[in-house]
Write a protein that binds this ligand. Structure first.
Ligand code: KG4
Ligand code: ZN
Length: 371
């Protein structure tokens, strides 16, 4: 079965083709057209600009994903006449996200599905991030590129996976989700104000580091390590770290960082920026790890799945691996930490296996969709 995934919830226009045979899956293509350069000059995503750009490139991106998938198959099976353009299912993000951006993807998916008579399923973007650690690397980057036969990736044995704890750390969401099975989720904690990625972006903005903030702050942290440790600054708070629930709050940490910067002269701020980034990042990681660990113990989960843009953070990844050593912890390949359509295709396939329902006429963009 071949599944075409389409994603346009924020500022990435993405399409991917995933092939499944039983439990084995391959990512035949994974195309992401990022608008970061466009939004950089505004210091954040401008919804009207994002939607217009999605509309401009969506069909190009889908066409490239189909061509790449065809080429990946030709590389794997040079002598067979492949019919890779035959798509059996389309999966599209219908929420949460920017409503005008979501509409472009939904409309494009409905058009292709309607014209080609292919079933269509709507995917929750958060669920797709939750499942992204289960994706294999895509063919072009693994076997095929080295001229080897691509070894199909086995989706990890479901028996050992659930109940699982999902930690979502993205630009719009910070959530802990109890996962009993594919499609059976319960939200057990969420942020009461800023999402963790949003906090990275806002702190980066106040330190004049540009957009997106996560990678910029990470870069400063790596600079700090090489620097004189006498540049140590005061500790920043770890909000809600010791509360009994599993909710988060990052706006107080952001404000504390702002007050700290206000006390410094321009020259001092420049000198102390790596140290501030280091302390801010440490505070975020401490809270995330502490709450995740507590939730994993309370719900006696068999595994922990982490997804979303902030899961690209090197220190967060290594701290999660070492602090939760005795748990099965799954982190997405760096290719799938940010918004992409491979994760949409995968989540759509899981949904279609259960429901077998074509939603082509029912789907509409739901900007506030919950898990
Ligand atoms: O999941 P994502 O691509 O989009 C949403 O669905 O929101 O997440 C984007 C967020 C941005 O806030 C960005 O600053 C953050 O992920 N991010 C990072 C890193 N790379 C991206 N945050 C911390 N460290 C990183 N290396
Ligand atoms: Zn996302």
């Amino acid at each position: 079965m071949k599944i075409l995934g389409i994603e346009t919830s924020c500022d990435e226009t993405a399409a991917a083709v995933l092939e499944t045979k039983g439990k084995s899956i391959k990512i035949l293509s994974n195309v992401v057209s990022s608008q970061i350069k466009i939004h950089k000059k505004y210091g954040g995503v401008v919804p009207e600009v994002a939607a217009r750009k999605h509309a401009e490139v969506i069909f190009e991106v889908v066409a490239k994903a189909l061509t790449d998938a065809n080429n990946a198959n030709k590389m794997r099976m040079p002598r067979t006449k492949s019919n890779t353009n035959k798509i059996d299912l389309i999966a599209v993000t219908y929420g949460p996200g920017l409503v005008t951006s979501l509409r472009v993807g939904v409309l494009a998916a409905q058009s292709i599905a309607g014209l080609k008579n292919i079933p269509l399923v709507g995917v929750n973007h958060i669920e797709a991030h939750l499942l992204s650690p289960l994706l294999p690397r895509h063919c072009e980057r693994s076997g095929a590129e080295r001229g080897n036969l691509v070894i199909p990736h086995q989706v990890r044995d479901d028996g050992g996976l659930f109940p699982a704890l999902g930690l979502i750390v993205s630009g719009g969401h910070t959530e802990l989700v109890l996962m009993r099975d594919f499609g059976k989720y319960k939200l057990i904690g969420e942020t009461r104000d800023d999402a963790v990625g949003e906090a990275f972006d806002k702190v980066a903005k106040m330190l004049n580091l540009g957009y997106p903030g996560g990678p910029a702050i990470s870069k400063q942290v790596s600079k700090w390590k090489k620097q004189d440790t006498r540049n140590k600054i005061q500790d920043l708070p770890r909000p809600m770290m010791n509360t009994k629930n599993f909710d988060f709050s990052f706006s107080g940490l952001k404000t504390a960082t702002l007050y700290l910067t206000k006390k410094l002269s321009k020259k001092e701020l420049k000198k102390m920026t790596p140290a501030i980034c280091q302390e801010f990042q440490n505070a975020v990681i401490d809270v995330l790890i502490h709450k995740t660990k507590k939730a994993a113990e309370k719900y006696k989960v068999k595994s922990i799945l982490v997804g979303g843009g902030v899961s690209a953070n090197k220190e967060l990844r290594s701290m999660l691996r070492s602090m939760l050593r005795n748990k099965n912890i799954y982190l997405p390949d760096l290719e799938y930490t940010g918004d992409n359509a491979a994760m949409i295709a995968f989540a759509g396939w899981q949904k279609y296996k259960k429901t077998r329902k074509d939603e082509v006429l029912r789907i509409k963009a739901e900007p506030n969709l919950k898990i």
